[in-house]
Design a protein around this ligand. Structure first.
Ligand SMILES: NC(=O)c1ccc[n+]([C@@H]2O[C@H](COP(=O)([O-])OP(=O)(O)OC[C@H]3O[C@@H](n4cnc5c(N)ncnc54)[C@H](O)[C@@H]3O)[C@@H](O)[C@H]2O)c1
Length: 439
């Protein structure tokens, strides 16, 4: 099949590469010329496990093309996926301007029957609006469908190749048959392709993301009480999560959720409800708990240093909003960073994949370390935001030699407090008693 993916970001690139891997011809379009130039040379502009090899193989096989020209990519397409950004407006609503603009741009280029698919996360009604826009411009036959994407950054290729489920929302039998045919190679193990109406499909994505964010906010809220009463949230989470009705996933206390999806999707979900005259109560609370959780972590650092970080140097391990990605959008680390810089701290930062993105965002306001140990030289404390594998079992002796202050603020509960005490670290984590070592 001939497929065009418009928007070559985390979702669009993975979508394009994985469809090409199944033998389809795929054109990936983006307005970012630099990105397209890199991709044409086989260089992935993002860090995502397994992506580079698939990119190289499908480019070489002549099944994958990158272009900035819609004229080149649209007319021959059987299916067009819109994998465009839907960022939050200041109101919290999803900004759909790019999706609608691209709908206008592709409409006059459609040639022969085409299925236009919204893969971006969009509020209910968006796909119908896309249909309206295209129909007002072209006489060419087309149908629309909603096909929300559930991939996780850091495991995007794996998730796309073996999805738990594929959701397709359309009112056209023809479009449904084409999309099922396209997705069948990805669900050979028997996972379902769910078909439904367009509105239910659009809503499914927001409900799923909000539910996952809710689990994180819930366990974070539980961690507040654990801290107040001297309980251990890690024990509580296991005690709860082993009940199969609850489940263990997404019950990790931490510095709050970040990334390009949960923060904006939770907001957009309750904004849409509000506009429809439906008062959501849980969803805004999920958002509020998350904001408080991020502030509480920064406050722990400030409290320890009595509100003044002048002359103090902190090491930051981890900036990406989660491991195995270079994505720092809405990353909690950036919130803590802004706070500690504002209070006079100097920062030595390290992340295995995200440092370039941090540099683009904060420039020379921090020192960029060569590796995780370089970040620790002469620091007063270490602050951890991301559970990258290399942080889980570090060389504690080496750390102690390098650090001036043997203090760790662990936003991901990576270490056992008893071990920290034995190793002589003052150790603050989430929802557990702090370890205070008097040097
Ligand atoms: N990132 C995720 O994990 C994830 C998962 C599921 C769903 N989503 C949703 O998918 C959508 C895309 O997310 P993303 O993370 O890939 O975004 P992204 O910002 O990484 O990528 C968007 C791409 O679109 C390009 N673009 C912008 N305007 C364009 C235009 N007019 N024409 C062509 N290209 C244009 C940008 O240059 C960028 O490369 C969003 O709605 C998001 O909510 C994201």
């Amino acid at each position: 099949m001939k497929i065009t993916v418009i928007g070559t970001g985390y979702v669009g690139l993975v979508t394009g590469v994985c469809f090409a891997e199944m033998g389809n011809y795929v054109w990936c379009v983006d307005i970012d010329e630099e990105k397209i130039a890199k991709l044409q040379k086989g260089i992935a502009p993002i860090y995502e496990p397994d992506l580079d090899a698939l990119l190289e193989r499908n480019l070489k096989a002549g099944r994958l093309f990158f272009t900035t020209s819609l004229k080149e990519a649209v007319p021959q397409a059987d299916v067009i996926f819109l994998a465009l950004p839907t960022p939050p407006l200041p109101s919290g609503d999803a900004d759909l301007s790019v999706v609608f603009k691209v709908a206008e741009e592709i409409a006059p280029l459609l040639d022969g029957y085409t299925v236009v698919v919204t893969k971006s996360t969009v509020p209910v009604g968006t796909t119908e609006k896309v249909k309206e826009i295209i129909a007002s411009i072209t006489e060419a036959p087309f149908d629309v469908a909603s096909n929300p994407e559930f991939l996780r950054e850091g495991r995007a290729v794996e998730d796309f190749m073996r999805p738990d489920r594929v959701v397709i929302g359309t009112d056209s039998e023809r479009a449904e048959a084409i999309l099922k045919f396209l997705y069948e190679p990805f669900v050979r193990q028997g996972n379902p392709i769910l078909t439904m109406d367009i509105r239910s499909s659009e809503l499914t994505k927001y409900a799923a993301n909000t539910f996952l964010a809710m689990r994180i906010s819930f366990i974070n809220e539980v961690s507040w009480l654990c801290e107040a009463v001297g309980a251990d949230v890690m024990k509580v989470r296991l005690g709860m999560g082993l009940d199969p009705r609850i489940g263990k996933h997404f019950l990790y206390p931490g510095v709050g959720y970040g990334g390009s999806c949960f923060p904006k999707d939770v907001k957009a979900f309750y904004r849409q409800a509000q506009k429809e005259g439906v008062e959501f109560l849980i969803t805004p609370a999920v958002d509020k708990v998350n904001a408080i959780q991020q502030e509480r972590f920064a406050q722990k650092i400030l409290d320890f240093f009595k509100g003044d970080l002048t002359g103090k140097t902190l090491a930051f391990w981890g900036f990406s909003f989660k491991p195995e990605t270079d994505d720092i959008r809405e990353a909690p680390a950036l919130k803590t960073l802004a706070k500690v810089l504002e209070h006079g701290a100097m920062v030595r930062g390290w992340d295995p994949a995200a440092l370039e993105n941090v540099r683009k965002r904060v420039g020379d306001r921090i020192y960029y370390a060569e590796n995780m140990y370089d970040a620790l030289e002469n620091v007063d404390a270490l602050v951890i935001h991301t559970e990258w594998g290399e942080f889980r079992r570090p060389d504690f002796d080496r750390m102690k030699q390098l650090m001036k202050g043997k203090v760790i603020f662990d936003g991901r509960n990576l270490y056992d407090p008893e071990l920290m005490e034995k190793e002589g670290f003052t150790y603050f984590s989430i929802g557990r008693k702090p370890v205070i070592v008097n040097e």
